[in-house]
Design a protein around this ligand. Structure first.
Ligand code: GLC
Length: 730
């Protein structure tokens, strides 16, 4: 029945209608007037898209989130083509639609696939309820360069963590009823210099061992879509790469869904200097494996009917798009229930899950003297300082559009609700603007502004005086949400503006000081790490952020997140990651520069809690195994502290010798546990060929060596409890 129905539709379609099915139009119906200077004229897109719908020239739309609009446009679409084929509605549901979850890098920092899946299931439910069928997420690009703004959208530097997070998100979105679209395939996170959109030159060794595994995990989790990447990969635009989009994705991994280009990336094959003209771009993209062209206007795929050589590829792609629509039930029920949408978006359970996710994502970087948690009764007066402390828009982070600002809880509001102490606020420093406006500022973003009549010196003095006169100072610092994300790369990791100056002045008052970071990339914390007793990374914690942060500050919950990236001391160390090889002088790994230590400020996997954890009785099920056999590694973890707390138990492997120099450590297992004071849990990991193999640069295939493996288990990549096992041909 499935094929018959699709074949019947196909048989009745003209070449123009087939090309139309392979075209996705932006539909920027923006509140108020967009800024044409930013290139988005609020009316140009809707006009082009509706004209295309009327002539059966569009198979999908994006950026429509209002159910009534979805139904109106769907009616236009169905009436606009003889077969009555409905359109797919796609959108960037990255970390929530109405209920906003912590940003993806924060969710990754929870090291908690179940919570990640639960969050994306809710996002999927809310999206499907308003008529969105498909999300351009998860973003699964590995990166080791925090200058790159899109670090915030991924799961950090590690392929093993990245693969687990990718699979959890795909399960979540698709469990929530929408197609997941992992992106950007592939290698985008290695853009030269961290400069967004610049080329990525990646060896096959790094592609197969580092950048591709999260995509493979997403495909194996059943992702129904993949989005291509903008940049040149080894000289070939990823959006025109037959090797990536067909040989790897389909021939090697068996992907059966559909591929969409990133925005305008098909037409831009000409801009790259790869295609000669739009018709050439269209023909090469569709034969490389780009099924659907995401376009602003005048799609390149309109040229396909005039390119006979692309006819077979077009047929295959149209079939994939129709299969997706059939699987979603759109051919039978293309419209959305507008009343149900309101009910789903208002579900209080969604807010509760978002609050729990924000609790689990925070990373306690430092807590000297157990300053945290604060005893709500012990502090009569609390100073809350910094412009991010009371910014609802920044609390949500980037890549959100359909949010409800009024219901967003800032850090200041969360603290005020959680304590009877006197809580006073001071912005302290001027808001810092980006030099160039963010392309997303027009989407109800915020060009943060200082209040009317703001006097920088007076405000600075007022904030410091407030700190001096309070029992504790909580300083919220970081980057505004438009300083990170797409087209938001930086050449520095400094705290923007006068924030560090404020922190130094507050610390100098002698009032116990807590630094809370609102960020999506590691920032230069060399001074705070030396002089501020407690530092917690709260990321952009989402709709319930302030409540979750207050839960953590006052001990209703313990932080337990772990860093998904290596935290550099300075931007001069970048790129930096923990999984490097030994070199011939491993003993000097920390002194590779003469002007700065080359060790990280905080290691990958680092994060404290309000518990204390002891690791004992590390055991391997066999001293020696055959290359195709598994070993089980188990360990006792005990909370020797006085408070219940979470711990992420991590397992790292190192291959001592073989056909290649292997990383000093590689994450090959993790498990998040919650332990009561005094409680011991035995945690076990299975290490088989899948965890021990690696792709070999000369063999150009996956290999397994007979060798000796070091095993470490602990609470970060600096874990010390160790053992070994042998792999031998027995
Ligand atoms: C953007 C991004 C991509 C996003 C798409 C649609 O430029 O690169 O991640 O999904 O366009 O908004």
């Amino acid at each position: 029945m499935t094929d018959e129905r699709i074949e019947t539709l196909l048989a009745g379609m003209s070449p123009e209608e087939k090309a139309g099915q392979l075209t996705q139009y932006f539909y920027f119906k923006l509140p108020g007037e967009a800024d044409p200077a930013l290139g988005f004229d609020a009316d140009e897109q809707p006009r082009a898209a509706e004209a295309a719908l009327g002539r059966g020239g569009a198979g999908a739309l994006l950026f429509v989130t209002d159910p009534a609009e979805v139904n109106r446009l769907q009616r236009l679409a169905i009436d606009g083509n003889p077969q009555g084929i409905p359109v797919l509605f796609g959108f960037d549901v990255i970390h929530g639609l109405r209920t906003i979850f912590p940003v993806p890098i924060a969710m990754a920092a929870s090291w908690d696939p179940e919570t990640i899946e639960r969050g994306q299931t809710i996002a999927g439910r809310e999206a499907r309820a308003v008529g969105i069928h498909w999300t351009f997420a998860p973003m699964v690009d590995i990166t080791r360069d925090p200058r790159w703004g899109r670090i915030i959208e991924g799961a950090g530097e590690d392929p093993f963590l990245g693969a687990a997070v990718a699979a959890a998100q795909v399960r979540g979105f698709q469990g929530g009823g929408i197609i997941a679209g992992p992106k950007h395939f592939a290698g985008y996170g290695a853009s030269l210099g961290g400069r967004d959109y610049d080329e990525a030159n990646i060896s096959e060794y790094e592609l197969w061992n580092t950048y591709l595994p999260p995509f493979q995990a997403a495909v194996e989790a059943g992702a129904g879509n993949i989005m291509t990447a903008y940049m040149d990969l080894n000289g070939i635009p990823a959006s025109g790469s037959h090797w990536l989009l067909t040989k790897v994705l389909r021939d090697t991994w068996g992907f059966t869904g559909f591929v969409v280009s990133d925005a305008n990336a098909v037409k831009n094959l000409q801009t790259h200097g790869f295609a000669a003209d739009p018709a050439d771009a269209a023909a090469r993209a569709v034969t490389a494996g780009v099924d659907l062209e995401m376009a602003f206007s005048e799609p390149a795929y309109d040229h396909l009917p005039a390119v006979p050589a692309a006819r077979d590829a077009v047929e295959v792609s149209v079939r994939r798009i129709l299969e997706a629509k059939l699987r979603l039930g759109l051919l039978d029920e293309p419209f959305v229930d507008e009343d149900r949408a309101r009910e789903v978006l208002a579900d209080p359970e969604h807010r509760a899950v978002a609050r729990e996710a924000a609790r689990r994502s925070a990373v306690l970087l430092k807590n000297d003297g157990d300053l945290l948690p604060l005893d709500p009764g012990a502090f009569g007066s609390i100073a809350v300082l910094g412009p991010l402390a009371d910014s609802r828009r920044d609390t949500l982070g980037p890549w959100v559009f359909d949010f409800d600002l009024a219901e967003t809880v800032t850090v200041l509001e969360g603290i005020r609700r959680a304590t009877g102490a006197e809580v006073a606020y001071a912005q302290g420093v001027p808001v810092t603007q980006r030099e160039f406006p963010s392309m997303f500022d027009q989407f109800g973003g915020n060009r943060p502004e200082d209040p009317e009549g703001f006097d920088a010196d007076a405000e600075f003095a007022r904030a410091v005086a407030l700190a001096e006169s309070s029992d504790v100072a909580i300083v919220v610092l970081g980057e505004h949400q438009n300083m990170i994300g797409e087209a938001a790369s930086r050449s520095s990791l400094d705290l923007p503006g006068r924030q560090l100056e404020l922190l130094r002045a507050v610390a100098a008052t002698g009032t116990p000081t807590v630094l809370l970071l609102m960020n999506g990339r590691p920032l230069d914390l060399r001074w705070p790490a030396e002089h501020v007793p407690a530092i917690m990374d709260i990321w952009y914690p989402g709709s319930q952020g302030g409540n979750a942060v207050a839960d953590l500050l006052f001990g209703a919950a313990s932080p337990g997140g772990k860093l998904p990236f290596t935290w550099p001391r300075t931007v001069g160390q970048v790129p930096i990651h923990y999984g490097h090889t030994r070199s011939h002088e491993p003993q000097n790994q920390g002194r590779r520069y003469w002007d700065e230590a080359s060790t990280p400020l905080f290691p990958f996997g680092h994060g404290l809690s309000y518990g204390r954890f002891a690791y004992e009785n590390l055991f391997v099920s066999a001293d020696t195994v055959a290359p195709d056999a598994e070993v089980t590694v188990s360990v006792d973890v005990t909370n020797t502290g006085a408070r219940p707390a979470p711990e992420v138990v991590q397992l790292y492997l190192h291959q001592r010798h073989g056909r290649a120099s292997r990383p000093v450590r590689e994450l090959k297992g993790f498990s998040r546990v919650e332990l009561a004071p005094g409680e011991t849990r035995r945690v076990a990991f299975t290490i088989g060929p899948q965890q021990r193999r690696y792709w070999h640069a000369a063999v150009r295939d996956w290999v397994l060596d007979t060798t000796t493996f070091d095993v470490w288990v602990g609470g970060s990549s600096a874990a010390e409890l160790a053992t070994t096992f042998e792999v031998r041909d027995v």
